[in-house]
Ligand binder design. Structure first.
Ligand SMILES: [Zn+2]
Length: 128
């Protein structure tokens, strides 16, 4: 299997520590958001709280859900990156197998694709 040669052991360890820290942060934040409730229960509870200030709550609920969605997605990406660190495929673009530069990984340790493929994937997602 192809593996990354440009990352030093030190850089590897740094990124792994970043990812683990991020995973803990996101996990804690999501638990806090939901107060231990599942997503569906959470949504229902927010709905039941609706009263005279419903229009305002509408916006808050959307924001809350959007934030949770983002965090859930990011947490999944962080988990995937940690798996890839274990199996040695970390740092390789999931689409074209090119090595992702350390600078990009440093800014976004859970990045799965090189910039070119990520841009293409985002454009494709928008077209859908
Ligand atoms: Zn690529």
């Amino acid at each position: 299997m192809k593996s990354v040669k440009t990352l030093t052991a030190g850089q590897h360890a740094l990124l792994e520590a970043d990812l683990q820290q991020r995973q803990r942060q996101l996990g804690a934040r999501l638990r806090e958001h939901h107060g231990g409730l599942s997503r569906a229960e959470h949504a229902r509870e927010v709905l039941l709280q609706d009263g005279d200030d419903a229009p305002q709550r509408e916006g808050e609920r959307e924001l809350d859900m959007a934030l949770s969605d983002m965090e859930t997605l990011e947490l999944a990406a962080v988990g995937r990156a940690l798996e890839r660190l274990q199996d040695g495929s970390y740092g390789l673009c999931a689409s074209c197998d090119a090595e992702i530069p350390f600078d990009r990984l440093k800014a976004e340790p859970w990045a799965l694709r090189c910039v070119a493929c990520e841009t293409q994937a985002e454009a494709a997602a928008k077209r859908r």
